[in-house]
Design a protein around this ligand. Structure first.
Ligand code: DAH
Length: 337
């Protein structure tokens, strides 16, 4: 029996089917119910007990080799038939179809700039509670942003809602992690607003948070200045105006010189030469305390920007609704990858 198995093994190893029929015949000869291999398994009963272990192994090896051979040859015929049809389905595509959405391009580019500075990407849920969106961020109980008109509530009492800003990810990160914290948090946000050229009920923000020992307003300015030079180009000017956010103290808004008219004055910048691009400030000690971080030891800065707004300024787009309509004429203007 041993010689027989060796001999069949050699035959099988060298077998090359000329066509699918030959392969099918081969399969029937060896593997079908009355084929060579089931016959050998039937003969196995007559093998002397001391040889059984070895014979069993050899028989199994033979069976596996035949099955693998059939599979391999079948694959060969299948790739052949797709190339017979004029193309090889296994080849990589030589031309990319479709383009990236401008919001994806902008989000990717912004993320990359901050990643080079050592920030990592953080995420949080879109469905949130009052604590993470408002209370932990120092919003007073009667703050207008909590009003039903701005926030989409899923349930009241307990409040379950769609986040109105990505600042909730600051809270989620601080709860999980002690400083140093250096995160950038992109995400979708929701506000109960009428849809127009300048507003939408769904849009995107990117949040930044940096907490460590001795973080100062100078660090905030330098980081954002670097971002603007990288994203909008060398020579873009920035200015900071005092502002108010419940979760930062000092708070500011940052403007850049209008990149549409180069600062000369146009419709986009309302003839001022400046456009606002983000809100920022030093983290209020109260929000550090709310998330379990010692404000005596650590300070931090935060910033938040609207991705649609940045994309509109970058590409000179004047209607926010274009981002959501998926009109091919609009989308085709953007880069492929
Ligand atoms: N969350 C603010 C908004 O939606 C944006 C913002 C402002 C985020 C200042 C910040 C910040 O982190 O420091 O309008």
């Amino acid at each position: 029996m041993k010689e027989k198995i060796e001999q069949i093994l050699n035959e099988v190893k060298n077998f090359q089917a000329e066509n699918k029929e030959a392969l099918e015949n081969f399969r029937i000869t060896y593997l079908s119910k009355k084929g060579i291999i089931p016959n050998l398994f039937a003969d196995f009963k007559t093998v002397a007990p001391e040889l059984r272990k070895e014979m069993g192994m050899r028989l199994n090896e033979l069976k596996n080799t035949v099955s693998a051979k059939v599979e391999e040859q079948l694959q060969r015929f299948e790739t052949q038939s797709s190339s017979d049809a004029g193309f090889d389905m296994t080849m990589p595509a030589d031309e990319m179809k479709g383009s990236r959405h401008p919001l994806s391009i902008v989000r990717r580019d912004i993320n990359e700039i901050f990643e080079h500075l050592g920030f990592t990407i953080a995420e949080g849920p879109e469905i949130e509670d009052d604590f993470h969106v408002f209370s932990a961020l120092n919003f007073p109980p009667d703050h207008p942003a909590r009003d039903m008109q701005d926030t989409f509530f899923i349930t009241k009492n307990p409040d379950v809602l769609l986040r109105t800003h990505t600042s909730s990810i600051q809270v989620r990160t601080m709860e999980k992690q002690q400083p140093p914290i250096r995160i950038i948090a992109p995400g979708r946000v929701f506000r109960n607003e009428a849809i127009s050229a300048r507003a939408h009920c769904i849009f995107h923000q990117i949040e930044g948070l940096y907490i460590d020992e001795n973080v100062s307003f100078a660090d905030l300015k330098q980081t954002l200045y670097h971002f603007v030079q990288e994203f909008f180009g060398e020579g873009t000017k920035v200015r900071f105006r005092p502002s108010y956010f419940p979760f930062t103290e000092t708070s500011a808004e940052m403007d850049i010189s209008c990149n549409i008219c180069g600062g000369k004055g146009c419709n986009i910048c309302k003839h001022t030469g400046w456009v606002e691009i983000l809100g920022c400030g030093m983290c209020d000690p109260n929000i550090l305390i709310a998330s379990g971080i010692d404000p005596e030891k650590y300070t931090g800065f935060a910033f938040g920007m609207g991705v649609e707004r940045i994309a509109m300024l970058k590409y000179g787009i004047n209607d926010l609704r274009l981002f959501f309509e998926n009109d091919l004429k609009f989308l085709e203007q953007f880069e492929l990858s």
